[in-house]
Design a protein around this ligand. Structure first.
Ligand code: NI
Length: 249
């Protein structure tokens, strides 16, 4: 069984045909999905999807490019979704210095990241971390504001040194469609997989919209890099994912 640890079935490219997307994923072995929010509307929709579809769970939160101009009321309304038992993580949260260059706005991103880590800690939940070209500050914040209930570096593509720092903080490493040479060294007990669909479509489907049905390609690539049996890898990753998000296997 496969667990897509980071997907956006709440995205406008996938949601209109969500039933077909879920059923074709089910046919390839994907039985569980963490539907990740990135702002108010997408967090509400993630929870709605989790309530309606079997195997779907929700993460709620504000992505670092979506924090600007968000009112305190919208933040509170969104985070009040946390009482829903299908909400199993806070995310995606973090820093994005690829899109955001302005130092004042980067400072705002840091404040929002810290505020949402604190929120996850208060509610005993793991976090799903977005980090793009902001590794130094991201790791610094994670060290100073430890996520006490774990979490995952989503779509990891950093160096081995960064990976080791992240692992020391007790976090998991999620690999997606952009599997790189460092990925074979991720320790088995820290490894998750994800699609981040509709983004990051893996080879040989680049150019198409990504879907959870392609998660098996990520698994195959890692099995090849690690020279391991696909079945064994699949079992380990599925159990890791259930463990970090406190979901029954
Ligand atoms: Ni994402």
């Amino acid at each position: 069984m496969l667990f897509d640890s980071h997907c956006h079935l709440n995205d406008e490219n996938l949601y209109p045909r969500i039933e077909e997307v879920i059923s074709s994923a089910n046919k390839t072995g994907v039985k569980k999905f963490l539907v990740v929010g990135y702002d108010k509307a997408s967090s509400f929709l993630a929870v709605d999807i989790a309530n309606r579809y079997e195997g779907c769970y929700a993460a709620i939160g504000f992505h670092p490019t979506e924090i600007f101009g968000v009112s305190e009321k919208d933040y509170k309304d969104t985070m009040s979704l946390v009482t829903n038992p299908k909400v199993i993580a806070i995310g995606e949260i973090g820093l994005d210095y690829y899109w955001i260059k302005d130092p004042k706005q980067r400072k705002e991103q840091k404040e929002w990241f810290i505020k949402q880590i604190d929120f996850a800690n208060e509610h005993h939940l793991p976090i799903s971390i977005h980090n793009r070209e902001s590794t130094e500050d991201c790791v610094k914040i994670l060290k100073e504001h430890r996520p006490l209930f774990g979490g995952v570096m989503h779509c990891f593509s950093g160096s081995v040194e960064t990976m080791n720092e992240v692992i020391k903080l007790g976090l998991m490493i999620a690999l997606g469609g952009t599997v790189t040479f460092t990925n074979e060294v991720v320790p088995l007990d820290r490894l998750l997989i994800e699609t981040d669909c509709p983004y990051l479509t893996p080879h040989p489907h680049r150019g198409e919209k990504n879907e959870p049905k392609y998660l098996c390609l990520v698994l195959e690539e890692i099995a090849r890099l690690k020279d391991m049996s696909k079945k064994h890898l699949e079992d380990v990753i599925y159990k890791n994912t259930c463990r970090v998000f406190n979901v029954d296997e």
